[in-house]
Write a protein that binds this ligand. Structure first.
Ligand SMILES: Cc1cc2nc3c(=O)[nH]c(=O)nc-3n(C[C@H](O)[C@H](O)[C@H](O)COP(=O)(O)OP(=O)(O)OC[C@H]3O[C@@H](n4cnc5c(N)ncnc54)[C@H](O)[C@@H]3O)c2cc1C
Length: 382
C-alpha cells in the first residue's frame, strides 16, 4: 500500500496550489462579499485544463483520472470553496453524466466546450419538495411526437444560471413501470429553451461566489434525441454520479479543513496574548494538532475511495464514509480555526470566516450526513 503521490500528481497539486494562492486568493473575498461569479478565475481554470482533468483527450479532456480532479479540488478548497464547488459541479455533476451516458452525438456536441471550461452544465435532480428522497421526483416529461414536454421545477441547482451555462440535465418521471413504481429518465435541456426559466440566485449562507438557482419547466419542449442514455435509467444514472461525486466533495472538504490548519498556524504564531504568541500555549497547539490529524485521516479516506473506484472495485461504502468523515471534520476545523482567531475570526475579511460559512453545506449537499449513514448501514446489510 503506497499513499504517496506520483511525480505527475505532485506537479498537478503544486500548480493548482500556486494558482489558488496567486490567482484565486487576491480576488475571491470581494466576489464572495458581493455575491458575484468569478468569471475571470473560471476562465483561467479552463485554460489550465482543470475542467477536462478526468476525461480522455479524444473528447477534449486532459487524459487524467478522477483522483486528479480530487487533488485539484482539495488544493482549490484550501483557499476557497466557491471556486472549488464550481469546478466540482461542472465536472462531476455537469459533464460527467454526458460523458458516461451520452450518445456519440451528444458527446461531440457538448463535451468539447464543457471540458475546456468555456461552458458549464448543471445537474437537475433536487426539487423544492424532495431532495434526499430523490425517488420522489415530481417533474414529468411526456413524449409528444418527436419531442419531450417537461413540466416541473428543480431546486438549488449549481452552475445553472451563469452567463456561460449551456445546459442542465434534468431528472424526470417519464412513465410508470408494471409494478407501479416511477420510471425516471434524464433529459438534456439547453439553456434558453422556451418554457425553461432560471430564477434569480439564492441568498446563501456560504459558497457566496458560486451560482445556484431554482429552475422551472413549463411545457418546455426539447427534441426526443435529448434523452440521456436509455429511457428508465435515470435512477441508476444519478446514483452512479452521486457515488463518484461524494469522493470529490470529500476532497473539497479536506481542502477546507487543511486551509483551516494553514490559517490557524500563521495566526497562532503572530498573535500575542499575555506576552507570548498564542501558539506557545498548549491549548492552542492541541487544537491545531487535532485539526491536522483530522484533515490527514479524512484525506486517507478519500484516497482509499478513489483508488477503489479507479480499480473498478465496489466503492459505494468507502465514498460515503469519506464524504461523511471529511464533511464532519471540515465543520470541526472551521469552528476551531474561528476560535483560534478570536474576534477576528468573526470578521469576513479573514479567510476563516469564509471557511466557517462554507463548511456547513458540506454536511448537506450531494447527500446529507444522515443519507451517508443510511448508505453505509445498507451496505453493511442492515
Ligand atoms: C448550495 C447548494 C447547492 C446544491 N447543488 C445541487 C445541484 O447542483 N443539483 C442538485 O440536484 N441538488 C443540489 N443541491 C441539493 C442538495 O443535494 C440537497 O439540498 C440535499 O440532498 C438535501 O436535500 P433537501 O434539502 O431536500 O433535504 P431533505 O431531504 O428534505 O432533508 C431534510 C433533513 O431530513 C433528513 N432526512 C431525510 N430523509 C431521512 C431519513 N430517511 N432518515 C433520516 N433523516 C432523513 C436529512 O438528512 C436532512 O437533515 C444543492 C443544495 C445546496 C444548498
Amino acid at each position: 500500500m503506497d499513499f504517496r503521490l506520483t511525480e505527475e500528481q505532485e506537479a498537478l497539486r503544486e500548480s493548482v496550489r500556486d494558482f489558488a494562492r496567486e490567482v484565486v486568493a487576491p480576488v475571491i473575498a470581494e466576489h464572495y462579499e458581493r455575491h458575484t461569479f468569478p468569471y475571470e478565475v473560471i476562465r483561467q481554470m479552463g485554460k489550465m485544463g482543470l475542467f477536462g482533468l478526468p476525461f480522455p483527450e479524444e473528447h477534449g479532456g486532459m487524459g487524467g483520472d478522477y483522483f486528479a480532479l480530487c487533488l485539484a479540488l482539495e488544493e482549490l478548497a484550501r483557499v476557497d470553496s466557491s471556486v472549488a464547488i464550481t469546478l466540482e459541479a461542472a465536472v462531476s455533476l455537469g459533464a460527467m453524466p454526458i460523458y458516461r451516458f451520452g450518445t456519440a452525438e451528444q458527446k461531440a456536441q457538448w463535451l468539447p466546450k464543457l471540458l475546456s471550461g468555456e461552458a458549464l452544465a448543471g445537474f437537475g435532480l433536487t426539487e423544492p419538495g424532495t431532495g434526499s428522497d430523490a425517488g420522489g421526483t415530481q417533474t414529468r416529461a411526456v413524449l409528444d411526437g418527436d419531442e419531450w414536454v417537461i413540466n416541473g421545477s428543480k431546486a438549488f441547482i449549481t452552475n445553472s444560471g451563469t452567463d456561460i451555462t449551456a445546459l442542465v440535465t434534468v431528472t424526470a418521471v417519464t412513465g410508470v413501470r408494471a409494478d407501479g413504481s416511477k420510471e425516471l429518465s434524464t433529459i438534456i435541456v439547453p439553456n434558453g429553451t422556451p418554457g425553461f426559466t432560471v430564477a434569480p440566485g439564492y441568498s446563501k449562507v456560504g459558497w457566496s461566489a458560486s451560482d445556484t438557482h431554482e429552475l422551472t419547466f413549463d411545457d418546455c419542449r426539447v427534441p426526443a434525441g435529448n434523452l440521456l442514455g436509455e429511457r428508465g435509467r435515470g435512477f441508476a444514472q444519478f446514483l452512479r454520479i452521486l457515488d463518484e461525486g461524494r469522493i470529490a466533495i470529500a476532497a473539497l472538504a479536506v481542502g477546507l479543513a487543511q486551509g483551516c490548519v494553514d490559517e490557524s498556524l500563521t495566526y497562532a504564531k503572530e498573535r500575542q496574548a499575555f506576552g507570548q504568541s498564542i501558539g506557545s500555549y498548549q491549548a492552542i497547539q492541541f487544537k491545531i494538532a487535532d485539526m491536522e490529524a483530522k484533515a490527514h485521516t479524512a484525506r486517507l479516506a478519500y484516497y482509499d475511495a478513489a483508488a477503489r473506484m479507479l480499480a473498478g472495485e465496489p466503492f459505494k461504502r468507502q465514498a460515503a464514509i469519506a464524504k461523511l468523515h471529511a464533511s464532519t471534520i471540515a465543520v470541526d476545523n472551521a469552528r476551531e480555526a474561528t476560535q483560534i482567531h478570536g474576534g477576528y475570526g468573526f470578521m469576513n475579511e479573514y479567510p476563516v470566516a469564509r471557511f466557517w460559512r462554507d463548511s456547513k453545506i458540506l454536511e448537506i449537499g450531494e447527500g446529507t450526513s444522515e443519507v451517508q449513514r443510511m448508505i453505509i448501514a445498507r451496505d453493511l446489510g442492515l
